[in-house]
Design a protein around this ligand. Structure first.
Ligand SMILES: Cc1cc2nc3c(=O)[nH]c(=O)nc-3n(C[C@H](O)[C@H](O)[C@H](O)COP(=O)(O)O)c2cc1C
Length: 150
C-alpha cells in the first residue's frame, strides 16, 4: 500500500475542510494516509512516505503561518528525490498581491529539495464551497493516480 503524509495548518477551518476531503478521497483509492498538524510534524519523517501533501493558509504579508515556519525552514536540510508532492490550501483574494502566496513558497521549497510536484497548487478562496470540495476530491484522486503509477 502506498503511503502519504498530509501535513496542514488551518486557523479558521478552511484548509482543514479541504484536507479532510482530500484524505477521504485518497483512502477511497487505497492509499494509506497519515494526517498531522504542522506544529507536531518534522521534515525528517517525510522520508517514510511515498507522497507528501502540504495544506496551508497564507498569513499577513504573504507568508507561511507561524505554526508552519519551523517545518518550512527545516525543509532545507531534507532531500526528497523520488517523492511526489502537492500543495493546497485556502487564501483570501482580497489580498490581491499575496493571494495564496504561502502555497507558492512551499511548492518552490519542495521542488528545490528534489520532490516532484505532480499537480498545480490547489488554492481555494476562503471557505470551500461545494464546487471547491468537488475539485478537492478530484485533486485527491489525481494525486493517488500519480502515486499508484510510481
Ligand atoms: C491578518 C491576516 C492576514 C492575511 N493575509 C493573507 C494574505 O496575504 N494572502 C492570502 O491569500 N490570505 C491572507 N489572509 C487570509 C487567510 O489566508 C484566509 O482567511 C484563509 O481562508 C484562512 O484559512 P484557514 O481557515 O485554513 O485558516 C490573511 C488573514 C488575516 C487574518
Amino acid at each position: 500500500m502506498k503511503k502519504v503524509i498530509l501535513i496542514y495548518t488551518s486557523s479558521t477551518g478552511s484548509t482543514e475542510a479541504i484536507a479532510e476531503t482530500i484524505r477521504e478521497e485518497l483512502e477511497q483509492n487505497a492509499v494509506h494516509v497519515t494526517v498531522k498538524d504542522s506544529f507536531v510534524a518534522t521534515p525528517d519523517e517525510l522520508q517514510e512516505y511515498d507522497g507528501i501533501l502540504i495544506g496551508t493558509y497564507t498569513w499577513d504579508g504573504g507568508v507561511v503561518p507561524d505554526e508552519f515556519m519551523d517545518f518550512y525552514e527545516e525543509l532545507d536540510y531534507e532531500e526528497l528525490t523520488g517523492k511526489i508532492a502537492a500543495v493546497f490550501g485556502s487564501g483570501d483574494s482580497y489580498y490581491t498581491k499575496t493571494f495564496g502566496a504561502a502555497l507558492k513558497l512551499f511548492a518552490e521549497k519542495l521542488a528545490e529539495i528534489g520532490a516532484e510536484l505532480v499537480l498545480p497548487n490547489f488554492l481555494v478562496d476562503l471557505y470551500p464551497e461545494e464546487n471547491d470540495l468537488i475539485a478537492a476530491k478530484q485533486y485527491g484522486k489525481k494525486f493517488s493516480e500519480f502515486l499508484l503509477k510510481k
